[in-house]
Design a protein around this ligand. Structure first.
Ligand SMILES: Nc1ncnc2c1ncn2[C@@H]1O[C@H](COP(=O)(O)OP(=O)(O)OP(=O)(O)O)[C@@H](O)[C@H]1O
Ligand SMILES: [Mg+2]
Length: 246
């Protein structure tokens, strides 16, 4: 396990308000990491910084074995470097089938040669089936994405991100609006995805976090308040005071 992402001493101020305050987080490869914390703690802003959407005022964001700074890169350069992001609202192509959605995601893969190789090849079809199996939609390949349940749309979008083969996948509140059974399946998808890559998940649902069974980072007022196993951080008095005890 080596460090894939290193955020250190990062601060961001919005109109004089310090949303991120000397934040330092390291993520290994492979790793599954949960990020929790009260509303406004800076969880989403942390992802905005890593993906280049928000520029920090100070600090470093270092990526990969070559220790490249992400701060000088555009959002699309960062995506091409291998960082995928799932937003809260699913953004699948509703009029297309599940298969077509996955095929499009594979076609737009970040490598320079993948477009040449894809073209309805058996390899492409096999990869689509593999991805569909991974997200639990193998039997839904011919269905229009618009007919899927909210949870299934979320899984499809995760599948479309996995099609890009990111080294780091950032997922913001994936379980919001899901049924308990859908939540359970979502943890399975994320755990499996994290066997071969880094996956960082923001979530409020503690049952969900427990099932992930991974290291947890607690953010509060833009900084790391506690980090470690879920049992470790939930016994921390400060964590109880600012988050769990509300
Ligand atoms: N673009 C922006 N302009 C101004 N303020 C912002 C901006 N983005 C975030 N903030 C503020 O920064 C703080 C952190 O917001 P952020 O969205 O990162 O919190 P969060 O931990 O994701 O919260 P939640 O659990 O509610 O999603 C909040 O006070 C928010 O209002
Ligand atoms: Mg948020």
């Amino acid at each position: 396990m080596t460090t894939l992402l290193e955020v250190s001493g990062v601060s961001v101020t919005f109109d004089g308000f310090r949303a991120i305050n000397n934040l330092s987080i390291q993520v290994a490869e492979p790793e599954l990491r949960a990020v929790i914390g009260p509303n406004g703690a800076g969880k989403t802003t942390f992802m905005d910084i890593v993906t280049g959407k928000t520029r920090p005022d100070e600090g470093r964001v270092i990526w990969g074995e070559k220790n490249v700074s992400l701060l000088g890169m555009t959002e699309s350069q960062i995506a091409r470097a291998g960082i995928g992001r799932k937003f809260q609202k699913p953004t699948v192509f509703e009029a297309q089938t599940v298969r077509e959605n996955l095929a499009m995601a594979l076609k737009n893969k970040r490598g320079p040669f993948d477009v040449l190789f894809y073209r309805r090849s058996s390899r492409g079809a096999a990869r689509i089936a593999e991805l569909a199996e991974e997200i639990g939609l193998l039997n839904d390949l011919p269905r229009r994405a618009g007919e899927l349940s909210h949870g299934q749309k979320q899984w499809l979008e995760i599948g479309m991100l996995l099609a890009q083969d990111p080294r780091l996948l950032l997922v913001d509140e994936p379980a919001a609006g899901m049924t308990p059974a859908e939540r359970e399946h979502t943890t399975d998808i994320l755990k499996r995805a994290a066997e071969t890559r880094a996956v960082v998940v923001i979530e409020h649902d503690m049952e969900f976090i427990r099932r992930l069974g991974c290291k947890v980072t607690v953010l509060h007022e833009g900084s790391v308040l506690a980090e470690g196993s879920l049992d470790h951080v939930t016994q921390n008095q400060q964590v109880i005071d600012v988050y769990l005890g509300r």
